[in-house]
Design a protein around this ligand. Structure first.
Ligand SMILES: [Zn+2]
Length: 236
């Protein structure tokens, strides 16, 4: 079968292309480039999150201020109440005043606690933002430098693969469309979609072919493996 040689050649060229491209896909430069890019994206996301946090903290600060004002008015009113106390005041009045004073005092204390917690969070955010701002220029520099190296590597890879891809297109043009699409379908599942028969087994997955498959293979020169979907051929 003439087409078989062409399919074998397709697979050979494609694996050559793969080998060349794989080197770049798994290269250190690409890993570092992705790392630098992820870092920058991460910082940008953190900035956005920080903005949201700051809006929340601003609202919390306003709330604390309102509570403080309300409490201060309450303390002032209670002060007037105190100065109005005289010999007419009985024990119940004094106990009332004491209770009120205690409530005001603990409200001030809670406010103070909330304010301290807010200051602590703000300090944390400030530190985080300073750290990000300090590291970002270096990350951007790294990214630009690595991108230049990667682009150069990519150009080299393309210079090698382009003639191969051209050759591949030429070979593919000589293969009937139905056969080629069967091959390409098999290629979606395996890097070596075309394998020789080994005894009566598929040499891709080592599964034995059913007798119907073997007959078809002998008649047509090519058959699909029912187990792995590869195209099997008989090697001369
Ligand atoms: Zn198989």
């Amino acid at each position: 079968m003439d087409y078989l040689d062409k399919l074998v050649e397709c697979q050979h060229i494609e694996s050559e292309i793969n080998k060349i491209e794989e080197g770049l896909r798994g290269s250190d430069v690409r890993k570092k480039l992705l790392h630098a890019r992820n870092y920058i994206v991460n910082v940008q996301n953190n900035y956005k999150k920080t903005e949201t946090d700051l809006t929340e903290l601003h609202a919390a600060l306003e709330d604390i201020t309102h509570r403080y004002e309300a409490n201060r008015s309450r303390a002032e009113a209670e002060g007037i109440h105190y100065s109005a106390a005289d010999e007419e005041s009985d024990l119940a009045d004094v106990q009332d005043m004491q209770r009120e004073a205690q409530q005001i005092s603990s409200a001030f204390a809670r406010n103070e606690q909330d304010l301290q917690a807010l200051i602590k969070r703000l300090a944390g955010i400030d530190q985080e933002m300073k750290k990000m701002a300090a590291n970002l220029p270096k990350a951007r520099q790294d990214y630009t430098r690595l991108k230049a190296i990667y682009d150069k590597d990519l150009a080299e890879v393309m210079a090698k693969t382009e003639p191969l891809k051209k050759k591949l297109a030429e070979v593919q043009a000589g293969i009937p469309e139905t056969l080629l699409s069967r091959y390409q379908e098999a290629r979606r599942h395996a890097n070596n979609p075309l394998v020789p028969l080994d005894g009566n087994r598929c040499s891709g997955c080592h599964m034995e072919l059913a007798s119907a498959g073997l007959t078809k293979l002998k008649n047509q020169g090519i058959a699909e493996c029912e187990n792995c979907g590869r195209l099997i051929f008989i090697q001369n």
